[in-house]
Design a protein around this ligand. Structure first.
Ligand SMILES: Cc1cc2nc3c(=O)[nH]c(=O)nc-3n(C[C@H](O)[C@H](O)[C@H](O)COP(=O)(O)O)c2cc1C
Length: 192
């Protein structure tokens, strides 16, 4: 058996953002989506607030979400900035995806600052991305402006905040190298 560290490093480095245009029409079984969500639940969380909240949109549900996102885009974009192509791409991305998960945090401002809850959510999303990668599912975190107006649609209260959409689908993209500058450029060592 390969060493755990080799498997982990391989999955971390192989994970890429894979966009809906690359997805196949194959449905992701509910069990695999649950596996991805189960991994989210093991993210670190200060004071054990477990702030991550998800709504899973599949089948006709994801089209409802897309219609709401498209409606919000039209409503909040000044007429001279509105692009019909972008409006249509919102609907198209949902049609191409097998599943879209909204990424929200339940804020506990009396206990810990918002940034810590967002950080915990981001850790949960990375767990999701790595689990998706291990299942050969393509995924990416999308953060369009409309997410700040989704609370009503998601039936979430004022303490909840949506930070993104996690698009998922099987794909046949060839693995591509990550674009990163060396870690040595970002680390300072102090040893004396
Ligand atoms: C918080 C967050 C928000 C993101 N929002 C978007 C987005 O709105 N649109 C997009 O194309 N990619 C988005 N991405 C994905 C990045 O573009 C992607 O991670 C980056 O290009 C590096 O590529 P990689 O994920 O394949 O390593 C987001 C990533 C993060 C972490």
């Amino acid at each position: 058996m390969e060493k755990e560290i080799d498997i982990l490093t391989h999955i971390i480095k192989r994970r890429r953002s894979i966009f809906p245009a690359s997805y196949t029409a194959e449905e992701i079984p509910v069990e695999q989506i649950q596996q991805v969500l189960e991994s989210a639940n093991y993210a670190p969380t200060h004071k054990l607030t477990e702030p991550w909240r998800f709504v899973v949109f599949r089948q006709a549900g994801k089209l409802k979400l897309a219609e709401e996102l498209a409606r919000l885009y039209k409503e909040t974009t000044p007429t001279d900035k509105f692009l019909q192509k972008k409006y249509e791409s919102i609907l198209e991305k949902a049609a191409q995806s097998s599943c879209i998960i909204t990424l929200s945090a339940h804020l506990n401002s009396d206990k810990i600052p918002e940034w810590e809850e967002l950080a915990a959510l981001a850790c949960a999303v990375q767990n999701m991305a790595l689990t998706a990668e291990a299942l050969n599912i393509g995924a990416y975190w999308s953060s369009p402006g409309m997410i700040s107006d989704l609370n009503g649609f998601l039936e979430m209260g004022a303490q909840d905040k949506c930070f993104g959409l996690f698009y998922m689908g099987y794909h046949n993209d060839v693995p591509r190298e990550a674009k990163r500058t060396p870690i040595e450029d970002k680390v300072k060592w102090v040893e004396s």
